[in-house]
Ligand binder design. Structure first.
Ligand code: HEM
Length: 410
């Protein structure tokens, strides 16, 4: 599914969600008041829709124009208001977004997790008790997990039934579906044989892992780029020139997967620098497979090692003036880039367990930025805090969202 040929075929799907999600920005940008948008929410809805389609083959419908909030009254809690959620998907997606951005990520809120860090053996028994006590974080996590998994199980079960019907020749043929769920189900042995690996639980967990791993991370990166570019006019001008130069006659040709990889070198630099500046996955975990010595410490087999690649990304040894947003540092011809250690920036991890969705997300991020910058530029909203406050968890999140003012370029 993440092979180049499949990724190339996903361009039209991605593009249609991007166009849909950004459709209402036109009216926002032409408003005389110069309306704010909560860009981080727009990007999360869009990224969730894209991965929802790619992983489940389900259109969650979050990018439909009616979901895009213009004229945001920033005094209100933007997570709750200004969004006309469709009833059917709202519950699932609200739970998903809550779980993605706040709940599971709020490690500090869960007593069992804190206790687990100190006395690991107590974590599970304490969790079992706390999840029965309303109001505790463990209770909220458990309740949210159960709601999400019920919805997911329904989706997976329905698809398994459909797949069985197709195999029996009784259903519509579905040979072309290339979403992750369909692909897993197609490789699954018939219902008669024992599915030791592809149990329903395993399939649900795998597909949900992709939804979870692929939505908040991509949305955060997209928001970081737009936020950072909006306060760096030189970067913005150079980026606009590159994007406009791709289609000098203004026919808004949609770039192919190949174009995206090879024809936007400055866009690549901007994305890399934004990923360095705001590092979305602050921790990567590994368990030692054998005894190993690292930096003078002898680690026995089975030791958990936590890497903090975001700290390395702000190390002046590799990135002089690390707090400066400077995409030029990734120019292949500059000294800094040529002499930097190849592992100094690893936002997608490294090795055999590195992010499987790297190319997928970069394709989506580039397509989105090209589409946006063809039509708009963005400015900081006076209603946004400065500097931006971040919330640290398994992934980093913008505490109060990224609020931007949209300006029509045309
Ligand atoms: C900007 C976007 C993204 C970032 C920064 C990111 C970052 C990461 C990181 C740091 C890891 C851990 C790597 C390691 O342990 O070495 C990871 C794993 C993973 N990511 Fe991503 N990711 C992104 C988008 C996506 C997307 C779009 C998908 C799905 C389509 C995805 C699916 C996964 C999966 C399944 C894993 C687990 C891989 C494994 O354990 O073998 N990610 N990601």
């Amino acid at each position: 599914m993440y092979q180049p040929s499949h990724l190339a075929s996903l361009v039209p799907t991605m593009q249609s969600f991007i166009e849909s999600a950004t459709q209402n920005l036109e009216s926002s940008s032409s408003s005389s008041k110069g309306s704010d948008i909560v860009f981080s929410e727009l990007s999360l809805r869009m990224a969730t829709d894209v991965i929802g389609q790619a992983a489940f083959g389900v259109n969650f419908g979050l990018s439909k124009p009616q979901f895009v909030d213009v004229d945001v009254d920033v005094d209100h809690d933007h997570n709750q208001k200004n969004m006309l959620y469709n009833d059917e998907v709202s519950d699932f997606i609200k739970q998903h977004i809550y779980s993605t951005t706040q709940l599971k990520m709020d490690l500090s809120g869960s007593l069992s997790i804190i206790l687990g860090l100190l006395v690991p053996i107590l974590q599970e028994p304490v969790r079992q008790i706390l999840k029965r006590i309303p109001g505790t974080m463990d209770w909220k996590v458990d309740r949210t997990n159960r709601k999400l998994s019920t919805r997911l199980d329904e989706i997976v079960l329905n698809r398994i039934i459909l797949q069985e019907k197709i195999k029996l020749g009784a259903g519509d043929h579905d040979h072309d579906s290339k979403d992750l769920l369909s692909l897993i189900l197609k490789t699954r042995p018939d219902s008669g044989s024992r599915n030791v690996v592809f149990t329903q639980d395993y399939i649900s967990a795998t597909v949900y892992e992709h939804l979870l791993a692929g939505s908040a991370t991509t949305a955060f990166t997209l928001s970081s780029v737009v936020y950072l570019v909006s306060r760096h006019p030189n970067v913005e001008n150079k980026l606009l020139a590159e994007i406009d130069g791709f289609c000098p006659h203004g026919d808004d040709q949609i770039p192919t997967s190949h174009d995206l990889q090879h024809k936007f070198p400055y866009l690549d630099q901007v994305i890399k620098e934004a990923m360095r500046f705001y590092f979305v996955s602050p921790l990567i975990a590994r368990e030692t497979a054998k005894q190993v010595e690292i930096g003078g410490y002898l680690l026995p087999k089975g030791t958990w090692v936590w890497l903090a690649p975001g700290v390395v990304a702000k190390d002046a040894t590799h990135f002089p003036e690390p707090d400066k947003f400077n995409p030029e540092r990734f120019d292949p011809d500059c000294e800094e880039e040529r002499h930097r250690h190849p592992y100094a920036l690893i936002p997608f991890g490294i090795g055999p367990r590195a992010c499987i969705g790297q190319k997928f997300s970069l394709q989506e991020i580039k397509l989105s930025l090209i589409h946006l910058y063809r039509k708009f530029v963005f400015r900081h909203s006076p209603n946004m805090e400065c500097p931006l406050e971040l919330e640290f968890g398994i992934v980093v999140n913008f505490k109060h969202g990224v609020k931007l003012r949209v300006i029509n370029r045309i």
